[in-house]
Design a protein around this ligand. Structure first.
Ligand code: FAD
Length: 325
């Protein structure tokens, strides 16, 4: 990619900030990641759509980023136009029992809006970091709730149809996955349908969920949330704890002492350190239990074409593979 030419063309659109070779470690909760060739931070919805249309027309690789709380970015970075949603897609409307919000709005903000409007249904999300868009992609969930329970429809952009609306069923939400992961849909805005509730009860549930989170997860250290999905009916954290992996370390990547399914960046960890540690965990859990752990965090880096396929490529290409049952 001719980085200077692409950046110049994007600047001339006047849609927001454009940076070249922007370190993605600045935009991920892991504080890990090499540079994005071009990083665009549009300041309104039309700007986001304009950039998406342009990168499609130019045939350029692109990647959308929210708060970067669920990604592991390669140390080599990404040769792509990385488009941020946090500034451009932050509008919202509260029309009880419905909240319509841009996909760059933080989940915690949505929870507070719901609480203020006397609405219930989003209490599960109070302690999940990240944006609404990231939460839709992963069907984020916690404390027995998940996004699928509240999403009514999503305004999306795709390379063929441009901007259009899909209903929740089309997104095929399942446990920590959705069609967003396989389909090049970009979520622009979502309609969430909640229910009238008792504000005091809602507040209490949120307080309880936040308290629980503080006690059970390393919230103060850089991390990307759960590293592996739960291989239901088992819990990844329990399996990893059983193999004695708490405190295991590769470089500055370390298995959290508080929650075994969290890897923390204990200083200047690299993506390679995290990958090494993930491989070791995955191999040992498989050897001892016969269960194959699948990553929940998404890999962003060279060679990807879909998170699942990418992980499989990484396991094998870099010598960390195992025989799948
Ligand atoms: C401490 C901690 C605790 C966590 N706890 C939980 C938890 O309890 N439950 C849970 O489910 N998750 C949890 N997570 C993971 C993460 O917070 C969620 O998955 C969150 O929804 C990701 O949002 P994000 O904006 O950070 O997405 P990002 O990390 O920026 O992006 C994640 C993926 O979504 C894509 N994406 C982002 N925005 C859009 C969009 N608008 N349209 C299309 N694709 C998009 C990106 O391309 C990327 O592939 C936790 C993370 C941390 C750090």
């Amino acid at each position: 990619m001719d980085v200077a030419r692409v950046a110049e063309a994007l600047r001339s659109m006047g849609v927001g900030t454009v940076r070249e070779q922007e370190p993605l470690s600045r935009h991920t909760s892991f504080r890990i990641g090499g540079p994005a060739s071009v990083f665009v931070d549009p300041d309104h919805l039309d700007g986001v759509v304009k950039v998406l249309d342009w990168v499609r027309d130019q045939g350029l690789p692109y990647f959308i980023i929210g708060q970067g709380t669920n990604i592991l970015v390669s140390d080599r970075g990404v040769e792509a136009v990385v488009i941020s949603t946090v500034r451009g897609l932050r509008d919202f409307r509260v029309e009880p029992p419905v909240i319509t919000a841009g996909s760059g709005v933080l989940l915690t903000k949505l929870c507070r809006l719901a609480e203020k409007a006397g609405l219930t249904g989003l209490e599960f999300a109070i302690s999940i970091p990240g944006t609404l868009g990231g939460a839709l992609v992963m069907n984020a969930g916690a404390h027995g709730g998940e996004m699928v329970e509240v999403v009514e429809s999503v305004l999306v952009w795709d390379a063929v149809k441009g901007v259009h609306r899909i209903d929740a069923a089309e997104a095929q939400f399942q446990y920590r996955q959705s069609r967003f992961m396989k389909n090049p849909w970009i979520a622009l805005e979502a309609v969430l349908r909640l229910k009238p509730g008792d504000p005091a009860e809602t507040r209490e549930k949120m307080r309880h969920n936040m308290e629980y989170r503080k006690k059970s997860q390393p919230v103060g250290e850089p991390n990307a949330g759960s590293i592996f999905k739960n291989p239901l009916p088992h819990y990844a954290g329990r399996l990893i704890e059983q193999i004695g992996a708490k405190g295991w370390r590769e470089g500055d990547a370390m298995v959290s002492d508080l929650h075994a399914n969290f890897i923390v960046n204990a200083g200047s960890a690299t993506a390679r350190d995290v990958l090494e540690l993930m491989r070791r965990i995955r191999r040992t859990v498989y050897r001892e239990t016969g269960i194959v752990l699948k990553p929940e965090v998404r890999w962003i880096g060279p060679g990807e074409g879909g998170a699942e396929a990418t992980w499989e490529n990484l396991w094998y290409a870099e010598g960390g593979g195992l025989t799948e049952p």
